[in-house]
Design a protein around this ligand. Structure first.
Ligand code: 5GP
Length: 181
């Protein structure tokens, strides 16, 4: 268990503020409202990191939409990628009935989404697109690009707004750089 001093010391700087996140979400929700009106939408959140983004994005969207969750693990309890992607919790919906919008927290190497998209496309959704809160292009190991990325972050480990380090910091209302140094 970290002391409160140590917990706070590891938050190095705010990269994306609450206000910036709120404004960007309002803008992207308007785009979704305009382009998906009248179509069956399924917002798919990849847990756990995207739960805060999903909660705010779905409440900013005003057209009818449904929500589903899946869990894809690619990181262990540290800041290094495990290099593997495992689906530990799956969707219940029949994707053939939906325009699927994947709501992701961060695209780093891109490996998680390449795998998740492969699986979801095989279920023949009406269409599929990816919205990510954060993009870390400097770490990409695939040619994957999200359809919409709200913010680009530098090559550092980030926490907050759903993103964790060993399960801590998910409840920070902003995105921050994390370091133990
Ligand atoms: P990728 O497969 O693109 O490398 O990354 C997949 C997952 O790794 C993300 O959904 C996220 O959960 C985690 N991840 C990648 N970069 C970071 C980071 O800087 N901070 C945190 N907390 N998680 C990250």
């Amino acid at each position: 268990m970290l002391s409160i001093e140590e917990y706070q010391r590891r938050i190095k700087r705010v990269l994306v503020s609450e206000e910036e996140i709120r404004e960007a979400i309002a803008k992207v929700a308007k785009e979704i409202d305009a382009s998906y009106d009248g179509r069956p939408i399924l917002l798919v959140s990849i847990l756990n990191g995207a739960f805060v983004f999903m909660a705010d994005l779905c409440r900013a969207i005003t057209v009818p939409c449904e929500i589903g969750f899946m869990c894809a693990k690619s990181y262990y309890n540290n800041t290094m990628s495990s290099g593997t992607v495992t689906i530990t919790m799956d969707l219940e919906q029949d994707l053939k009935k939906y325009h699927v919008i994947i709501v992701e927290d961060i695209v780093d190497t891109g490996r998680t989404l390449v795998e998740v998209i492969k699986i979801l496309k095989s279920r023949e959704p009406l269409s599929l697109c990816v919205i990510t809160l954060l993009d870390k292009p400097s770490r990409r190991e695939t040619d994957f690009e999200a359809d919409i990325a709200l913010f680009t972050v530098p090559n550092c480990f980030v926490v907050g707004y759903g993103l964790d380090c060993a399960e801590y910091y998910r409840n920070l209302p902003y995105v921050a750089e994390y370091s133990e140094d």
